[in-house]
Design a protein around this ligand. Sequence first.
Ligand code: TXA
Ligand code: MG
Length: 341
Amino acid sequence: METRLLLPTKENIKKVGCALRDGMLAGIPTETVYGLAANALDGKAVAQIFEAKGRPMDNPLIVHISDFSQIERFSLVSEIPEKAYKLAERFWPGPLTVIMPKGTAIPDEVSAGLDTVAVRFPSHPVTKAVITAADRPLAAPSANTSGSPSPTTAGHVYHDMQGKIPYILDGGICEVGVESTVVTLCTPVPMLLRPGGITLEQLKDVLGEVEVNDAVLHQLKDGEKAESPGMKYKHYAPKADLILVKADNEKYIGFVNERADEKTGALCYDEDVPYLNVKTFAFGGKDDYTSQANRLFDALREIDETDVQTVYGRCPDTQGLAMAVYNRLIRSAGFEVIELA
Ligand code: TXA
Ligand code: MG
């Protein structure tokens, strides 16, 4: 299959919208990462997503809407919890996914057999325009090959999906750069399942109490159930061996330089670059969490363009937007962290 990269002109948005309604796949930009979209109400169309990504069938998908009223119009949920209205009012459209009790229209392929469904109202103008053109809610995981870093440019999508899907709409670089925050309203107390563009602090501001699922910051123990199935898989990993180093600036730089050779790299902060004697992959300023989120996946993909074999990464903070960066990076590193006292 030929994969066509399209600019988001009115005509192209209409073309892609119609193709999606007719059961085809398309790579589409969102404000978080690029999505691999299909008509969420068409189980057969959705099944192709799993094939193109090589995604395990037990990992459910997010359903994207371009207007709050579509939740009822398309019977996406069986009930809209009171708290969902509050979250929507504050954070939608935007990088927040809300898990609610599943409605009758949701095919099993979307919910992976769970009795809940994930809904997101993205803010990117092109995403909204495509959903509106399709006149259908769109199921869309990140448009990467399963296990790889999520795509933040149309080029990343092309790299992973070339020959597998007919269209990719190029909407430029994603503004947030990490995937949406996932919160469930189907637990007794709302629970954060995946940190993202909306921070825990922001959620608490609207919901009061919010629990943080164990899998957000820690590796699940053998046999422990993943509340969010996606959190149990190895993810975002470069081909090189990535190890995180928890240390202050000086100790990190010393540790890496002691091990310097051609096969070693550093996934570091911008400020570290001049001091390191190895190939560097900078992913933002030390205290600039917005830039870290924005550049992390591109930096991880950059590692794969070189032949370094071992990469020592800075261990990010865990507050604010940095929690999302930490959550992705510990998975990229397969939870391997060296702590220097
Ligand atoms: O920003 C985003 O959320 C991007 C863009 C394209 O919108 N999408 C995205 O989708 O990141 P994906 O499939 O890569 O991640 C969805 C996450 C997975 O960890 C999945 O397990 C979880 O959401 N999820 C989906 N439905 C769920 C449900 N009903 N219950 C619990 N977790 C769910
Ligand atoms: Mg993903």
